[in-house]
Design a protein around this ligand. Structure first.
Ligand code: KG4
Ligand code: ZN
Length: 404
């Protein structure tokens, strides 16, 4: 079965196509295409993501990304003649995309020129994320699903980040999870992205319990905000990682020691806003000459990165030990951080706990993870009205949510 997945939750427009089959305990998943159109250059100028600007970019990107994805999957077939679409259908497509009129025009042009691809369903991220961005992807998915007469599968973006750890060369681990769950479960999942820092207990596929989360900023947000203080570019995570790597201690290096908020507290919650404030105070108290120096930026970047890693590792390992977890699964943009990956690997090896982490290219937002998550989603619908953006969707809400 072929599935086309769409993710527009934040500042990346992504569409993927996968071919999968699922029979009792056998599961196969082959990724045919995964195109991500990053808006980072646009948001760099502003030092962060502006939802209305991001929505506008999704509008521009969706049809070209769809064309590219179908082409990569070898499913793009031009019609012999341009098809005339009847007025009723045009009206309906325009209705689905009434808040995205330029996108409607582009999509209609595409549908007139290209045949229906051999796809059985459409998956789309419904939340969490930026509301206007989510709606653009949802409306687009409804319009193409309606025209091609396909069901839509609503997907939780966070569930996608968990599944991202099983994409590519890790797909065999998912096969183990299905055929021999006791080998890997229960698992503790850590989601660390620009909008989320959550610890989730996974008892089986589809059964998740949120056990802790950030009370203020997310870890990625902390990377982004502290990078900005240091005059580094957006997104802050990769910029801080680069500076931290450059640091090499010398005899008269300054020393910086940042606080590790909540690290000693007996719970699985996080707090990163105090860390950002500590960086700002330290920065402001330095003479101009120091704070502008490369050495200062490098030592500070190294300390920020290590502080975030220490907090994430401490809470995750505690949660894993207390729940007798057999695995730790990580996902989200921050898991692209090399130091974080290395340090987690080392400690989990010592603790004899399996470590399942995404290939770096699947750490940040992508639609491949949405396609994989959709394979395990029961709800499929042609009643498109039912599908709505859920910007604050979390795991605990899910059990009460008819969508899941
Ligand atoms: O998962 P993601 O692509 O989007 C959201 O769902 O938020 O995560 C983006 C976040 C940003 O805050 C970015 O700074 C962070 O992931 N990030 C990193 C790295 N690459 C991206 N943080 C630390 N180190 C990295 N190498
Ligand atoms: Zn994400």
């Amino acid at each position: 079965m072929k599935i086309l997945a769409i993710d527009t939750s934040c500042d990346d427009t992504s569409i993927a196509i996968a071919d999968f089959s699922q029979k009792k305990s056998s599961f196969s998943f082959s990724l045919l295409a995964n195109i991500v159109s990053s808006q980072v250059e646009i948001h760099k100028k502003w030092g962060g993501v502006y939802p209305t600007l991001a929505k506008r970019e999704h509008q521009k990107n969706l049809t070209p990304v769809l064309t590219k994805t179908l082409k990569k999957a070898k499913l793009l077939k031009k019609r012999k003649e341009i098809k005339e679409i009847n007025a009723k259908k045009i009206k309906k497509i325009k209705k689905f995309l009434e808040r995205e009129p330029e996108l409607a025009e582009e999509l209609i042009f595409f549908l007139k020129n290209y045949q229906k691809p051999k796809i059985e369903s459409i998956a789309v991220t419904i939340g969490p994320g930026l509301d206007p961005c989510l709606w653009t992807g949802i409306n687009f998915s409804k319009a193409i699903a309606y025209f091609w007469n396909l069901p839509v599968i609503p997907v939780n973006h966070l569930q996608g980040h968990i599944f991202s750890a099983f994409l590519g060369r890790n797909i065999s681990k998912l096969q183990t999870l299905i055929s021999n769950p006791n080998k890997l479960l229960p698992a503790i999942c850590l989601i660390v992205s620009g909008g989320h820092t959550q610890l989730i207990l996974m008892e089986k596929i589809g059964k998740y319990k949120l056990i802790g989360e950030t009370r203020d900023d997310a870890a990625g947000e902390c990377f982004d905000k502290t990078a900005r203080i240091l005059g580094l570019s957006y997104p802050g995570g990769p910029a801080i990682a680069i500076e931290a790597k450059k640091y090499c201690p010398t005899k008269n290096s300054i020393e910086i020691s940042l606080p590790r908020p909540m690290i000693k507290q007996n719970n699985y919650d996080f707090s990163f806003s105090g860390l950002k404030t500590a960086v700002l105070y330290n920065f402001k108290k330095q003479p101009l000459k120091i704070r502008k120096s490369k050495k200062y930026v490098q030592i500070m970047a190294k300390e920020i990165q290590q502080t975030i890693i220490d907090i994430l590792i401490k809470k995750t390992i505690e949660a894993a030990k207390n729940s007798q977890a057999k695995s730790v699964i990580i996902g989200g943009g921050v898991t692209a951080n090399k130091e974080l990956r290395l340090q987690f690997k080392k400690i989990l090896k010592k603790e004899k706990i399996n470590f399942i982490l995404p290939e770096t290219k699947f750490s940040t937002d992508n639609a491949a993870m949405i396609a994989l998550a959709a394979c395990f989603q029961k709800q499929k619908t042609k009643d498109y009205q039912k599908i709505k953006s859920e910007p604050n969707l979390t795991f605990n809400q899910e059990s009460n949510n008819k969508n899941f």
